[in-house]
Design a protein around this ligand. Structure first.
Ligand code: CTP
Ligand code: MG
Length: 226
């Protein structure tokens, strides 16, 4: 089954606050983006990669791609204001043979091929599959500073990317619900009433969001290369 990957790198990196754009922030001598791109590019089940970047970073991205010519990167497209606008931009540029679309945040450098393949397989079978991990914390619903409910931890999952969908399903989800602002793509599919499977992600698969995440990322990188 033809699978396209849409790799998101069009955010503003506001919370991270680095001088260089977050996707190009150097971690272990390589730009952040390099790590997830390497995993996607080397996955035999992925046929093409669409890289989504912000308008202001196009020249820097082109230069990154010249220096790191990953063979499956077929297009560099401009993202949008919201994350989901960037996803849509990438989605609309996927090959017309694509039956599966995998969405991944370049801010998650430690995605591995095992979870990529698990999500692709599950989405092929069920229509939609996302990576998730058990929640370690106790989560309460709080209103006006008062705990009103403690959620059953064993039912909770922290959802990550990759997220994989049958292309036709994701297109339909965007068409119907794309105007509602969401934090992940699966939410739009859930709004259609379609099941979204959750496959095992990993605790290493963190999202680099705030400056301290760079420290965690260096520690994970060190562990992985040991
Ligand atoms: N993203 C994107 N287009 C947007 C917003 C986000 O492609 N309009 C991407 C980011 O590049 C990132 C991923 O979505 O890889 C997850 O977003 P987040 O961690 O929030 O990164 P930023 O949006 O860049 O950071 P911030 O919200 O702090 O500005
Ligand atoms: Mg953001």
């Amino acid at each position: 089954m033809f699978a396209s990957a849409v790799l998101l790198a069009a955010g503003k990196g506001k919370r991270f606050g680095s001088a260089v754009p977050k996707p190009l922030f150097r971690l272990g001598g390589k730009p952040l983006l390099f790590y997830s791109l390497r995993q996607l590019d080397s996955c035999a089940r992925i046929q093409e990669i669409i890289l989504v970047a912000s308008a202001g970073n196009m020249a820097a991205m082109r230069s990154f791609l010249r220096r790191h010519p990953f063979k499956k990167v077929k297009k560099l497209v401009t993202g949008g204001l919201r994350r989901q606008d960037s996803v849509r931009a990438g989605l609309l540029h996927t090959d017309k043979r694509a039956e599966l679309v995998l969405i991944h945040d370049s801010a998650r450098p430690f995605v591995d091929r095992k979870m990529i393949v698990a999500a692709l397989r599950k989405a092929q079978a069920t229509g939609a599959a996302v990576a998730g991990v058990a929640v370690k914390a106790t989560i309460k619903r709080v209103r006006s500073g008062v705990a009103v409910e403690t959620l059953k931890r064993e039912e909770l999952r922290e959802i990550q990317t990759p997220q994989v969908f049958r292309k036709e399903l994701l297109l339909r989800a965007f068409k119907t619900w794309g105007r509602v602002t969401v934090t992940d793509d699966a939410s739009l599919v859930e709004k259609l009433g379609k099941p979204v499977s959750v496959v095992e992600g990993s605790f290493d698969n963190i999202k680099i969001t705030t400056p301290e995440d760079a420290c965690f990322a260096r520690a994970i990188l060190e562990k992985k290369t040991r």
